[in-house]
Write a protein of this length. Structure first.
Length: 250
């Protein structure tokens, strides 16, 4: 079964940079392991950060608007069709990493068969990979509407402001029932040389577990589209040992 990492947080908090940093670290630490990035954010920005315009989505399968690369094979059941279509929208980023974009999803309250069929198809895809990183829409509820799966590590990306910490607590409350007992905590992102006493007091008050701190990267101001930061990657490596995911053997 795949190791699953969900990255949540408000838009603009630096989620994409954190997701890309985890991907770079996993590719470095485990070069032979397969990784799936499941972009569950409605902005679908992850592909854009690599200069990709990925328009084939799970929503396209659900809505019947997807244009397939090949003709649709005949005599398939509906479930077989959904699983075949899912393969058609997986984009290979490199030899070990693939991207799958969800975009809009159906409600769990929907009784139409396609909802369960897509859930089953996504689960089958996930089980093929060693690591799956979910780029989430705000919290875990939206992801859970797409696929019901245990999450090993849920990262809440927050900035060092009172508003952002308040929001992080709300995200934790909204997401806790979907985290299935996995590790959940906050990565403070975009931290400058500032007085952190107030922020740390708030984190303590709200009983938020701080996984680690990532500094503000000035380069991202001028390189905001790519969202790639070695500074953030190095920061995550410093506290990677605290995370409930596979570790590098010494």
């Amino acid at each position: 079964m795949a190791t699953t990492i969900a990255v949540t947080g408000k838009s603009g908090s630096g989620k994409t940079t954190i997701v890309k940093s985890f991907l770079k670290i996993i590719n470095e630490y485990f070069p032979e392991k397969s990784v799936l990035i499941l972009d569950n954010d409605l902005s679908s920005e992850f592909g854009h950060s690599y200069g990709l315009d990925i328009r084939n989505t799970i929503y396209g399968i659900r809505s019947g608007k997807h244009e397939y690369k090949t003709g649709i094979p005949q005599h398939m059941t509906k479930q077989e069709y959904v699983e075949w279509a899912m393969e058609d929208i997986i984009y290979s980023l490199n030899d070990t990493t693939d991207i799958l974009v969800s975009w809009f999803i159906g409600s769990k309250d929907c009784r139409c068969p396609i909802t369960a069929q897509i859930n089953d198809a996504v689960l089958r895809v996930i089980k093929r990979y060693d690591f799956v990183i979910f780029d989430c829409e705000f919290d875990l509820k939206y992801l859970n509407q797409l696929v019901d799966i245990d999450i090993d590590l849920t990262v809440i990306v927050a900035n060092p402001t009172e508003d952002s910490i308040h929001l992080a607590k709300r995200i934790e409350e909204f997401s806790s029932k979907y985290a299935a007992g996995g590790q959940m905590g906050v990565i403070l992102n975009k931290v400058k040389n500032q007085n952190m006493n107030t922020i740390m007091e708030l984190l303590k008050k709200y009983d938020l577990d701080v996984l680690g701190v990532a500094p503000f990267d000035e380069n991202l101001v001028h390189n905001s589209i790519e969202r790639d930061s070695k500074i953030v990657q190095d920061a995550i490596k410093e506290f990677y040992y605290r995370l409930n995911i596979p570790q590098v053997m010494s």
